[in-house]
Design a protein around this ligand. Structure first.
Ligand code: HEM
Length: 412
């Protein structure tokens, strides 16, 4: 029996955790008709337009102009020093960018500090589970979201997935920080920079001969795509925790949702598309996320890169089967099959039969003595998977990383 070591579990779990925040994924389908009502949104009202045809005009026009004027390298350099939510912007920024950021950094009027405090409690109590779910549910799922897989693969970041994953881990780390949206936190800055990066991608990707050949859209990262990826994050994470029967305080669950509602707003998603409750989120996810999940050559390659990230330590001998089995357990046989993940004869059955009882023991709902025999032997290994993926997920996000506006596409 292969046994995981602290190091190899850490590297692979963390890398995938980072990928979770990323939302790597595959080809995009036209999608189902948009019938989700804006009455279920945080705005409570709206035009009800299909967000497939809505992008982020304010940011897109600005960043296109910055790129055309050749200002982006200077702007990236200056913004590197802007890290804290409450920090004034550096001097020397073009005035149109400064005006945009000053507006974009404001928290929405519906921000509820009490709920954000509940989110902090949730993140503190459930941080261990969040590393694994962001990673193995969100991250791997994203490789099966066609629009996103293609955008990621053919954009600049696609040329260096390790770097991209590290950058993306920052958002996952920041949203879970105790001061995420406070003046000394960094989440507002991370969101605004990501909004600018996405606007850059919208301008650049349509110039990529590789992307235009395979894409079924003229401009990437629509508001609908944004919501699809959003659902691959908090909605999927919450669904997974519920499936694992993790007891969750209702106020903390609502707080976690709220931290992601505020995140969506700061990323430039219109309030009329942001679900106001988990019921609304689940209804919207059923409409926009479920139907688009599909394999693409780009997504399959990205999934393989993710599964191989631990290979430098063990040649993939152990880390790959563990990651693959956890992915299969979380996402199911069909998606695992699409992603060419083999069914490991040892690790997959172990996850399948023992993961839920393992959670029950950790939560004090089942005594270890009553657990299946296999779990009694594998308990420590599962615990390592949890601890180390959370640890790396968090430590990756602590690196001094500056999210940048891209200036090119993936040249390959
Ligand atoms: C960049 C998060 C939605 C494609 C980023 C970055 C973050 C991020 C943190 C900066 C990392 C970096 O610079 O490499 C998110 C979140 C989303 C979301 C939280 C939704 C809630 C999407 C969607 C797509 C997408 C829907 C495509 C359909 C990209 C691409 C980059 C990027 C191509 C740029 C990578 C580069 O620099 O080349 N995103 N993203 N993202 N994102 Fe997103």
């Amino acid at each position: 029996m292969d046994r995981p070591s602290r190091r190899n579990v850490l590297v692979t779990g963390g890398a995938l955790g980072a990928a979770g925040a990323l939302g790597l994924a595959a080809p995009a389908r036209a999608g189902t008709p948009w019938t989700w009502s804006p009455k279920g949104s945080v705005a409570g009202a709206g035009a009800g337009d299909d967000p497939r045809w809505v992008w982020d005009p304010e940011a897109d026009t600005l960043v296109a102009s910055l790129l055309d004027r050749g200002d982006v390298p200077k702007v990236n350099d200056l913004l590197r020093t802007w890290t804290k939510n409450g920090q004034p912007l550096p001097s020397g920024l073009p005035s149109d960018l400064r005006d945009f950021v000053e507006k974009a950094r404001r928290l929405p009027s519906w921000t509820d500090q009490g709920k954000l405090a509940d989110a902090v409690d949730f993140n503190e109590k459930r941080g261990l589970y969040l590393g694994v779910t962001y990673g193995f549910a969100s991250g791997m799922m994203s490789t099966a979201i066609p629009h996103e897989a293609r955008a990621v693969y053919y954009s600049k970041g696609g040329a260096d997935m390790r770097d991209r994953i590290t950058k993306t881990a920052k958002l996952g780390y920041d949203v879970g920080s105790s001061n995420a949206f406070k003046p000394d936190g960094e989440m507002i800055v991370t969101c605004v920079k990501t909004r600018l990066a996405h606007a850059g991608v919208r301008h650049l990707l349509p110039q990529s001969p590789y992307w235009t050949k395979v894409a079924d859209e003229k401009i990437p990262i629509s508001q609908r795509d944004m919501m699809v990826t959003w659902h691959s994050l908090p909605t999927t994470v919450m669904r997974e925790l519920v499936k694992w029967k993790v007891p969750i305080d209702p106020a903390e669950s609502a707080g976690f949702l709220h931290s992601w509602q505020v995140t969506a707003h700061l990323l430039g998603i219109r309030d009329e598309y942001i679900p106001s409750s988990w019921d609304e989120a689940n209804a919207q996810a059923d409409q926009v996320l479920g139907p688009v999940i599909a394999p693409t050559p780009e997504g399959v390659k990205l999934a393989d890169i993710l599964l191989n990230l631990g290979s430098s330590l063990d040649g993939g001998l152990l880390t790959k089967p563990i990651l693959g089995s956890l992915t299969r357990y979380v996402l199911g046989d069909q998606i695992a099959g699409w992603l060419n993940i083999p069914k490991d004869p040892f690790w997959y059955p172990l996850f399948d039969t023992c993961w839920e009882p393992f959670i029950a023991i950790r939560e004090g709902l089942l005594s270890k003595e009553k657990a299946p025999g296999a779990l009694q032997k594998a308990y420590w290994a599962f615990d390592e998977v949890l601890r180390l993926s959370a640890l790396l997920y968090l430590s990756g996000g602590k690196l001094p990383i500056s999210i940048q506006i891209p200036t090119t596409n993936n040249p390959n």
